[in-house]
Design a protein around this ligand. Sequence first.
Ligand code: MG
Length: 430
Amino acid sequence: MTIDLADAARERGIKYFLISYTDLFGIQRAKLVPASAIAGMQKNGAGFAGFASWLDMTPADPDVLAIPDPSSLIQLPWKREVGWLAADPWMAGKPVEQAPRLVLQRAMAASDAAMQTGVECEFFLIAPDGTALADGSDRQAKPCYDQSALMRRYDVITEICDAMLELGWGPYQNDHEDANGQFEMNWHYAPALTTADRHVFFKYMVKAIAEKHGMRATFMPKPFIDLTGSGCHAHVSLWRGGVNLFDDPNGELGLSATAYQFIGGVLANAGALCALTNPAVNSYKRLNAPSTTSGSTWAPNAISYGGNNRTHMIRIPDAGRFEFRLADGAANPYLLQAGLLVAGMDGIAQARDPGQRLDINMYTDGHTVNGIQRLPLNLLDALRSLEGSAVLRAGLGDALVDAYTKLKYREWNDYTRHLTQWERDSTLDC
Ligand SMILES: [Mg+2]
């Protein structure tokens, strides 16, 4: 039964609703609507000028109406009078084809099985001006799981974790990650759309609560060049009728033939997927990167898979699921899920063979493997791969791929127009 938002406002003491949609660059756009106006907005949506966000529209286009999904309602645990709602943009009576949340829903509807995922969103706590870590004492060369640095951030981390407990997400662990100032918080996996909604909300929540405590949270993939970057690993399984189709006690490492085909699809489409999972110019300073001060980047440097081995793009840590280690903190939560699902289902449809898994340390011995495919070296490579990908075009829609690549090529061009100190240093004496 659909939740009546006006009733929910009365019952829960919600005074305002944030009607929020996520644009192509993963930015959340919202209107703050008083509860007295929510009944009309629930039916007709909140109005936005589409050109004013990253949706690839023009100033001449009519209003975008963001229609809230009442089942996504989250009462902000740190500000209970506000209810957050994920919304889907419509224009001229039709869904906006390239809107990321709608792209994911379309991909899910086209699949005859349901993907479940959990995401591990790493982030840094930094000073409000963005220049330094918030914790100047966090200086260990190997800071991962540093108990003291974790406990110095107890108030922020537990406020976020308490919120997830209250929201019923099933959080189960929090830690200091491999870079100074970097943290990760894990909650239970769920169907792809639920995880994507939680992922966008998590990013907002972490930023909002960090700000409350006088800090700034960033999910930027590589904010400090010598430190490990922020990944967004996804753990993936595929379900039908309550059965995990990836589970096979007799299969290699406990995975079924279907799981290996799905992995084959992700490997075959990884170059194009990169444009969605690693969408920033900065993303490519995390991938293919030299070792960090901790001793490892923990990020993939090639299109490969292995067993319980964190040097590969895909890790099989356990029976019944795999870990996709490519994505980073800049990934659009909806396009990450949609891209993975489309690539994996293509693997099943085409019965793609992932080849033999590699049991080597890719960082030290990757060069010994013949014919291994490399990841894109930069955003431009990845965008070209996405633009030419028949598989992702079929699964995500031409509208998405065309709008996304158009705006991202502009971003790339904007980046290349900057004159850097490195260019001057290396070219002045040419
Ligand atoms: Mg991690």
